[in-house]
Design a protein around this ligand. Structure first.
Ligand code: NI
Length: 389
């Protein structure tokens, strides 16, 4: 019955997905996409709430009498990237592309909402969350700040991302950290500019900066448990203009990645400590500007247990991986999972054209996994909000 229903919905969901793919919109500007999403939800009889995080769309569906509630989240934004595909549904907008499959995530969740409206085989409330600006601008964080969980109380929240490289229709459901926390830093060194031939009369920021770059590498190699993952990358180092002048200032910047909030904090503390040490050693002024980006995405035990059981049920012979290595990329589902316990799964997208990864100009969401994706969402709701008795 469910399989038949999903089979009948799939062509419509695929067409919707391709339309969104052809009309990609960037962070907080997903107006056409949000209109289409709202239209779809209204057409299947749901009340739509708009305006959270500017372009966010939320709708809920209740069955039975239980006060239990879960959230299902999809992301709607595209990337500032020129698409190099030539199939008919390629991007119509220059310099914008759905290269991360958020078109697919959005379509899948709409298909699931439609199936759930028809089957309603659950006891509780399911909240459908369509968030803007996942790709770096923290649309999920803004939705939380603007009261997502106050307006739509939830006991658990679930996310799904397609994953190229995993076999089509397979799942990755791993408890604990699955995506990294990502921080940025900028360090300004101020010394005393002077003649390159009289270094004793100057305070050399290039030497101090070079020592700093080296010392920062000890944060991972000497201060982090070798069994834990962390990255410190200095990606910018700007100083000086002439061969005979020692520059007064130097500027360094880069990124820090880690998989737990504890380590994230420890790396920030360590960076402050090393900066102070370099300042004392080389008599420079060191100003560190450290910015927290997305926190690590951490899958909680209970929702992960449910997600894993459901993935096994719907994978239809495709593998369900339960111990995948986390990705050092980041995901703003993390902000939702910080407030209520959550689980974020990977749905295999297959090898893809030429085996291309997310954010490739050749990427496309695989429409063949739509059925599995919808089935996953529906069965997840039926399990998390199971009708008792
Ligand atoms: Ni993505």
């Amino acid at each position: 019955m469910l399989n038949e229903l999903i089979r009948s919905l799939t062509p419509k969901v695929a067409a919707f997905r391709r339309d969104i793919h052809a009309h990609p919109e960037l962070a907080f500007n997903e107006t056409r996409t949000a209109d289409k999403v709202a239209e779809y939800l209204e057409r299947i009889g749901l009340t739509v709430h708009r305006g959270l995080a500017k372009t966010g769309v939320v709708a809920s569906l209740s069955g039975g009498t239980s006060p239990r509630s879960i959230g299902l989240r999809a992301d709607m934004d595209a990337l500032p990237l020129q698409e190099l595909n030539s199939f008919p549904h390629h991007s119509k907008y220059p310099g914008k592309m759905h290269a991360c499959g958020h078109d697919g995530h959005t379509a899948l969740l709409l298909g699931a909402a439609e199936a759930l409206v028809q089957t309603k085989n659950f006891d509780g409330t399911v909240v459908f969350i369509f968030q803007p600006a996942e790709e770096g601008d923290g649309g999920g964080r803004v939705m939380v700040e603007e009261g997502l969980f106050e307006r739509f109380p939830m006991d658990m929240v679930f996310g799904l991302h397609n994953w190229p490289g995993l076999p089509a229709g397979s799942f990755g459901v791993t408890e604990g950290p699955v995506m990294a926390g990502t921080d940025r830093f900028e360090i300004t060194l101020t010394g005393r500019g002077g003649h390159a031939a009289m270094p004793h009369q100057a305070i050399d920021t290039i030497l101090a900066g070079s020592a700093l770059v080296q010392a920062l590498q000890s944060l991972v190699s000497r201060n982090t448990d070798p069994q834990e993952a962390a990255v410190v990358s200095v990606t910018r180092f700007h100083a000086g203009h002439a061969d005979n002048v020692l520059p007064e200032t130097a500027l360094l910047g880069g990124t820090v990645r880690s998989l737990t909030p504890e380590l994230q904090e420890k790396l920030e503390d360590g960076m402050h400590r090393i900066c102070s040490g370099i300042a004392a050693t080389f008599r420079v002024q060191v100003e560190l500007d450290y910015t927290h980006g997305y926190p690590p995405t951490i899958n909680a035990a209970d929702p992960t247990f449910i997600a894993r059981e459901v993935a096994r049920q719907v994978a239809d012979g495709a593998p369900v991986f339960t111990h995948l290595k986390p990705s050092m990329g980041a995901e703003d589902f993390a902000y939702l999972a910080q407030v209520v316990q959550g689980c974020y799964v990977w749905l295999g997208n297959g090898a893809g054209e030429g085996g291309c990864m997310l954010h490739s100009p050749h990427y496309d969401f695989n429409d063949e996994i739509i059925g599995t994706g919808i089935r996953y969402w529906v069965r997840l709701v039926e399990k998390a909000l199971a009708v008792s008795g």
